[in-house]
Design a protein around this ligand. Structure first.
Ligand SMILES: Cc1cc2nc3c(=O)[nH]c(=O)nc-3n(C[C@H](O)[C@H](O)[C@H](O)COP(=O)(O)OP(=O)(O)OC[C@H]3O[C@@H](n4cnc5c(N)ncnc54)[C@H](O)[C@@H]3O)c2cc1C
Length: 379
């Protein structure tokens, strides 16, 4: 057991820290206000290989592993969760392709995705459900060497960018959810205006419409009717990003709180003298350390998955714990700041608005607990 970061990991962590502080920090308010991530940010991230981190070099990846990936997401999330939301959803889509794709699919999609020319998506949620695969209504009908897809997907990340989208539809042959890879913006693909959401502003969330969208039969991901296992395992790769995102958020809450506690004057000293403030700071540190080691371990486990079910369990419990702690820590940071914590002049308000997304995305916390308990209690 070794808890120290390697030389390479420290380098990756530093590169991400420098990118976040020098390139993102100065424009983070602009991203928030304009609800858009500038092209230049995506380009800089491509050049730094942030879209390629966990993938094998033979497919154009950076070979940095999922442990390298969590280090990068943590650092960027301290500054902008809108930006990490893009990387995280990309890694979710590609996670499913790398685990279930054919050699041809890997070769076709990984190269451009690792270069950041394409940004991947993963589209499961529909207007009627985000938790229950049995309720999906999108359909896939085989027509010669094609599948014809019809339906609506709701709240889809990265749907505004070119690239592959892993999606789920009921194919009429098996009658069960099946996974497909769609090339975004091919005929039959269209999107709504972005939703006006309360946090992670800059990351655009849209609905996606498939209208007689024809995809080659070769774009079937896995086998007909295998959508549920692909969803269950594939989405675990998104939970790595959501966890690292929450971790960065907790780190930000602690950093803001320590700074404020040492600055805010009360009578003859600063508020850091109060035991109530000290307790809250300690609580934040406890949340940070426990979230950090769970998240790093999840990245480490993802590098070499020996037991799929065990990984699914660990992804579910890590994502639940860390994202819930991110909400709690953002709230604590606001309390330490008093009313100032609610003002846009401080980062705490944004941290709170962003953190609240974690427990609700890529499966709500209740569903994660159902997954964990289901695995532990199975005969
Ligand atoms: C910022 C953001 C990004 C997103 N990106 C994507 C994306 O890229 N791709 C994608 O597919 N989706 C995405 N989503 C959608 C998100 O994953 C879903 O909204 C989420 O999984 C929950 O689904 P729902 O909102 O339909 O809730 P529902 O499934 O309707 O659940 C509502 C409530 O009912 C409870 N519930 C539901 N079923 C059960 C059950 N069986 N037992 C007990 N309780 C239950 C839930 O716990 C929850 O409290 C995104 C959402 C956001 C906010």
């Amino acid at each position: 057991m070794d808890f120290a970061l390697s030389k390479e990991q420290l380098i990756i962590q530093n590169i991400a820290k420098e990118f976040a502080e020098k390139q993102l920090e100065p424009i983070v308010d602009q991203i928030e206000l304009e609800n858009a991530i500038p092209e230049s940010v995506l380009k800089a991230m491509s050049e730094l290989d942030f879209f390629a981190l966990p993938y094998e070099e033979k497919y154009g990846g950076a070979g940095a592993g999922y442990d390298g990936y969590v280090l990068v997401v943590e650092q960027i999330a301290k500054v902008s969760r809108a930006v990490t939301a893009v990387i995280s959803a990309h890694t979710l889509g590609l996670g499913a392709i790398t685990k279930f794709g054919t050699e041809e699919q890997l070769k076709k999609y990984l190269g451009p995705c690792c270069k950041g020319e394409w940004i991947a998506s993963f589209a499961f949620t529909e207007p009627s459900t985000g938790s229950d695969p049995k309720q999906i209504t999108t359909t896939a009908v085989k027509d010669g060497d094609y599948f014809v897809i019809n339906g609506t997907k709701r709240f889809i990340s990265n749907a505004v960018y070119d690239g592959p989208m892993v999606t789920f539809a009921k194919d009429v042959i098996s009658g069960k959810p099946t996974a497909f890879i769609i090339d975004k913006f091919t005929p039959g693909y269209s999107i709504s205006e972005p939703w006006h959401k309360m946090g992670t502003r800059g990351q655009k969330l849209v609905d996606v419409y498939f209208k007689d969208l024809r995809i080659p039969a070769a774009n079937l991901l896995g086998e007909l009717g295998q959508g549920y296992p692909i969803l269950r395992y594939g989405i675990s790769f998104g939970k790595i990003g959501i966890s690292a995102n929450g971790l960065g958020s907790i780190a930000s809450s602690l950093e803001q709180s320590v700074k404020y506690a040492k600055e805010k004057v009360h009578r003859d000293g600063v508020i850091a003298k109060f035991p109530t403030i000290q307790t809250k700071i300690a609580d934040l540190a406890i949340m940070l350390e426990s979230a950090r080691w769970l998240t790093y371990r999840l990245g480490f486990l993802a590098n070499d998955i020996k037991d799929q079910t065990d990984f699914i369990k660990n992804a579910a419990l890590t994502k639940t714990f860390v994202s819930e702690m991110a909400v709690k820590s953002a709230r604590l940071a606001i309390e330490i700041h008093g009313s100032y914590g609610l003002m846009e002049d401080y980062k705490t308000a944004r941290d709170y608005r962003d953190a609240i997304f974690g427990p609700l995305t890529e499966g709500v916390s209740d569903m994660q607990k159902i997954i964990v308990a289901g695995i532990l209690l199975k005969d």
